[in-house]
Design a binder for this molecule. Sequence first.
Ligand SMILES: [Fe+2]
Ligand SMILES: [Fe+2]
Length: 178
Amino acid sequence: MSKLYDEYCKTYKLTEENSDGFYDLVNDIYLTDEVQSLAKYEQHLDIDRLQHITAVAYLSFKICKHFGLDFKSAARSAIMHDLFYYDWRDGETGKWHRLHGYKHPYYAYLNAKELCPGITEEELNIISHHMWPLTIFPPKSKEGFVVSMSDKYCAAHELFYSLSKKYKARFLKDIERF
Ligand SMILES: [Fe+2]
Ligand SMILES: [Fe+2]
């Protein structure tokens, strides 16, 4: 678990050189205006959506690589798993974003299809089922399960980071190492 935490911390200091080939697999989508624009949106309080998807994608990539799974599909679909262009807490459009937790995987699915015409059915399945078990049907693949669990793991750290002064101080110290 501490190894996983270390990898999570590392995502805040990732470079082309220390990313273990992660960026080579995702840069064609990661560097698009659409994905980079996610930095504008708050995801988990102090953490923006670009930071969040980077962490989820890198962790999914590392875990899948470790277990001999399709790490490329996991990394690419995780980059697009929260690809929606609005702030779901937006007061003006709050009504429309009700049930956001259930709906946004489908918006991400549509946006991913548009951004990445070569996307595979497996990758689309990972995106559209990443909120499981909130949404009833689980992902079809092991890679989908890894992305879904990485998403929750990162979300928990991001919320702790934002809400706990003690955790934040420790985390900031930990990321200095990378
Ligand atoms: Fe999501
Ligand atoms: Fe997410």
